[in-house]
Write a protein that binds this ligand. Structure first.
Ligand code: TYM
Length: 335
């Protein structure tokens, strides 16, 4: 079976609708046809200097939301990155194959480093995409479901894999493919619908958090920025706000955008927003309840994560042994 791997950072108490529609929905679908491995990448989150207590609780909350969305621990592995030390080990190896210029071109690093200036940013932020490549290559991954903002990082993973195979032979590592679903690859901020929905840069009113109070969710949708004419149609360039609402509506109900446009012909933006608010709230309520059940049983959750880590580390070690051997590192006979 082909393998799928993906991950999210535990950087907030709740995922947002962009994380959910851009990635998590696909994770759940892909476990039907793929051997699936999903991680909470806590080592990546360290680049943002989180408070230890917050990091601990957000790591569990992020995993709980994977499970609430339908990641099935009977079929898929779900684990915390720091529990599988091979991620950090492979990251070192990959850093020796990455050019300074190549790493410097990563736009997410440039965006994130803007706050402090590049020289004030931590080195982990700079090498972040290399650790991400390690996450992926460690599992001989074929497919990586992510949102549009991760495309460049995926390209780096592919380039590194091809470079390593070019030097040490095909099959040293697998070359992964990005799985980016066009319609939902980028969910936009409700207040500024040309920017992606994002916890770190967005206005709180522009975001829908998966675990938010339904009243706040409804309010945010009803106050979403649209435009001055009042025609409901899909046009990303001319009508980004309405198009974003239609995308969300379509993704959550499974109805196609053209059908929605036909249904709302001659009606006002207000009608669309009120109905969409109901759709989102109805969708999020069971998600919230399922996530809370996991959050309120940390022992059960930790059990799932421990089982996932045990299996993941067996796979990871086999890959790492193969790579070490191809590179010429002596076999560790003491093991
Ligand atoms: P992260 O934690 O920022 O985001 C998690 C996932 O959500 C997607 N996403 C979006 N999709 C659509 N619209 C949006 N507005 C939106 N915002 C976020 C992201 O594309 C991502 O798929 N570097 C990764 C985490 C990572 C990873 C990996 C992913 C580390 N190692 C290995 C895949 C494979 C990140 O920061 O995602």
């Amino acid at each position: 079976m082909t393998r799928v791997f993906s991950a999210m950072q535990p950087t907030s108490d709740s995922l947002h609708l962009g994380n959910y529609l851009g990635a998590l929905v696909e994770w759940v679908k892909l476990q039907d046809t793929h051997d699936a491995i999903y991680s909470v990448v806590d080592l990546h989150a360290l680049t943002q200097a989180p408070e230890p207590e917050l990091l601990r609780s957000r790591t569990r909350r992020t995993a709980a939301q994977y499970l609430a969305a339908g990641v099935d621990p009977e079929r898929s592995l779900c684990f915390v990155q720091s529990h599988v030390p091979q991620h950090a080990e492979l990251s070192w190896i990959l850093s020796t194959f990455t050019g300074m210029g190549e790493a410097s071109r990563m736009t997410q690093f440039k965006d994130k480093a803007q706050k402090t200036g590049e020289s004030g940013a931590n080195v982990g932020l700079f090498t972040y995409p290399i650790l991400m490549a390690a996450d992926i290559l460690l599992y001989d991954t074929d497919v990586v479901p992510v949102g549009e903002d991760q495309r460049q990082h995926l390209e780096l993973s592919r380039d590194l894999a091809q470079r390593i195979n070019g030097r040490f032979g095909e099959g040293t590592v697998m070359v992964p493919e990005a799985h980016i679903v066009k319609e939902t690859a980028k969910i936009y901020d409700l207040q500024d619908p040309v920017k992606k929905m994002s916890k770190s840069t967005g206005n709180p009113k522009g975001i829908i958090e998966m675990l938010d109070d339904p009243k706040k969710v409804a309010k945010n949708i009803k106050s979403a920025v649209t435009d001055l004419d009042s025609v409901i149609r899909f046009d990303r360039e001319a009508k980004p706000g309405v198009s974003n609402l239609l995308t969300i509506y379509s993704a959550l109900t499974g109805r196609d955008v053209d059908g929605l446009v036909a249904e709302y012909e001659g009606r006002m933006y207000g009608h669309l927003k009120v109905d969409l608010a109901d759709v989102v709230v109805a969708y999020l309520t069971p998600f919230h309840d399922a996530a809370m059940e996991w959050i309120e049983s940390p022992e059960r959750l930790d059990g799932v994560l421990a089982q996932g880590a045990a299996k993941a580390s067996t796979i990871a070690q086999a890959t790492l042994d193969r790579i070490y051997d191809r590179l010429g590192l002596l076999p560790p006979l003491h093991r």
